[in-house]
Design a protein around this ligand. Structure first.
Ligand SMILES: Nc1ncnc2c1ncn2[C@@H]1O[C@H](COP(=O)(O)OP(=O)(O)OP(=O)(O)O)[C@@H](O)[C@H]1O
Ligand SMILES: [Mg+2]
Length: 317
């Protein structure tokens, strides 16, 4: 356990670093790591660290859920362990696996050494050697316990199934893993846990109950402009304003997939790559694929009349 984490636990600050005593101080610290949180998110993150509770973030695609985990790890100065969930993920893919090729190599080398020395192989001693920690591959959940303190990002939990969720529930209450051949491995300091979901299905109430919940919304205009400025400082200010305004207009339409911050950044980057310093109708039309990812949405945006959209964008610039 690091000295900082030991001190933080001992003083009841949870996982908060020295000097981070309020949500707004945490918000500023996140900002220094290029993550611009609003007050609600900063407060949820502050409480999650202070009370040492998992934080459950839900929101549309591309609103900055995954990036929060990474930014928190930077603020805390600890490792980020990310578990990307997917359909069919199970405990062994998330926790640990034995490294069979290395075990086999070790077995062959040990047998060869015994043969050269003319000794009889002691099968049970050899088996014990094979189930040593060095042959265990730590997947993200085990790594998060071993590298404590750390930030454990359990990304897109809604893609995993109910069984995996039940397994996670157990892990989040114990922060210990039982490996039959090695015994129980426990975190010195339980990690700061961030769970995210795109809400493709509802996550169980039992899991939510353990967590502090926060819905991550699309940023308002001013914050989104700041995000683009922070992430893409070389983009012209006029272009940034226009792109953000246009994205906000698009979000107001009934699209299959409203653009997230990720798309705002992609669109700006594409326009900068084409040498644009303002959003003109022609270049906007040919680059709409950076921001809309469904044919129906593209058709809708084109019907929308890009010129009218740009007029609004210009008004907002
Ligand atoms: N508040 C923010 N401050 C700085 N950058 C942000 C912010 N929100 C989003 N971003 C940036 O936008 C991009 C998309 O964010 P991220 O991948 O975290 O979204 P997400 O909600 O996890 O999306 P998905 O649901 O598709 O996984 C990233 O490049 C991220 O750094
Ligand atoms: Mg994500």
């Amino acid at each position: 356990m690091s000295e900082g984490a030991r001190n933080a636990s001992a003083t009841g600050r949870g996982l908060l670093p020295e000097g981070v005593d309020t949500p707004s101080v945490l918000r500023a610290a996140l900002g220094r790591h290029h993550y611009l949180a609003d007050e609600g998110l900063a407060t949820a993150a502050f409480l999650a660290l202070r009370l040492h509770r998992p934080m459950f973030l839900e929101g549309d695609a591309g609103v900055g859920k995954t990036a929060v985990g990474a930014a928190l790890a930077e603020v805390l100065g600890v490792s980020l362990l990310r578990l990307q969930c997917y359909e069919g993920i199970d405990a062994s893919q998330a926790l640990y696996d034995w490294d069979f090729p290395r075990q086999l190599l070790h077995l062959r080398a040990a047998e060869a050494a015994h043969t050269v020395a003319g000794e009889v192989v002691d099968a049970s001693a050899l088996e014990a050697e094979l189930y040593d920690r060095r042959f265990l591959l730590a997947r993200p959940l085990l790594a998060a316990l071993e590298q404590s303190p750390s930030v454990l990002l359990i990304d897109e939990i809604d893609r995993a199934d109910d069984e995996f969720e039940a397994f996670l529930l157990e892990l989040l209450s114990e922060f210990a893993v039982s490996v039959p051949e090695l015994g129980t491995l426990r975190a010195d300091v339980p990690p700061a846990v961030v769970l995210t979901s795109n809400r493709t299905r509802e996550v169980s109430d039992a899991l939510k109950r353990r967590c502090l919940y926060h819905w991550v919304d699309h940023p308002d205009f001013a914050r989104e402009v700041e995000i683009v400025r922070t992430r893409l400082p070389h983009a012209a200010a006029r272009l940034t304003h226009q792109v953000v305004t246009a994205v906000h207009v698009l979000r107001g339409q009934d699209l299959l997939k409203p653009p997230g911050v990720a798309e705002t950044l992609d669109w700006t980057e594409a326009l900068v790559a084409l040498g644009a310093d303002s959003l003109e109708a022609e270049v906007a039309t040919v680059t709409l694929g950076s921001v809309l990812k469904y044919r129906e949405d593209l058709e809708r945006a084109q019907r929308l009349d890009v010129t009218a959209m740009l007029r609004e964008a210009a008004a907002g610039a």
